[in-house]
Design a binder for this molecule. Sequence first.
Ligand code: NI
Length: 247
Amino acid sequence: MQLQLCTWKEVEDYLQTSRGIMIPIGSTEQHGPNGLIGTDAICPETIARDIGERAKVLVAPTINFGMAQHHMAFAGTVSLRPSTLMAVVSDVIASLARHGFTRLYFLNGHGGNYDSVRAAFSEFYAQTALSASPVQAPRCKLMNWWMVRGVRKLSRDLFGEAEGMHATPSEVSLTYHAYPQAIKNVSMSPRLAASGGFYDAEDFRQRFPDGRMGSDPSLASSEVGEKILAAAAEGILADYQAFMRDV
Ligand code: NI
């Protein structure tokens, strides 16, 4: 069930049966020589929509822009400042809370969003907690899709150290499964990209000239993407259901 494809009356009816909603959140940023700019948004969106259809979970429109300043030296990247992302997340929470949603499950596709989104949750909770007439804030959870056990095991078994940190074969595979028309055949060297830390965008490009970090996404395939989607959907649905059950 996609919020975008519902009428307001259908949303009212849904709220009689469930107070939970899943919100995919991603990024629009370079993903190496063969990875799509939309990778971090496409992955959580694909997983959330799969769950939404199979388990009648309402899925909000994807927040496609994230905190990606470190990728700005590569063409096509669009970044929000941490403060902008926090404001976006905070307004999404406030809007959904007003309609009666009490459990907001943000399915995240980009590690760089983590700190800002968690800080936005804390700001929102602080607003209600410090209010003269406190009300119960909705419960917000942030889950990185690639952290569920089944996905980590699959990535480890299939790719080992070639999984790397950014532009991973797992995420590129998932996007290739979702959009086979966008599969790219690009050769890259060295086979395994460099790893390590970084500071700003210029520093990132100097250290990781083709955009990859520690990965070999030439191993990506649509077939693997299908397996990753199945493992992710299973693990995340179980996590969402536990989040909804928890009183
Ligand atoms: Ni990514």
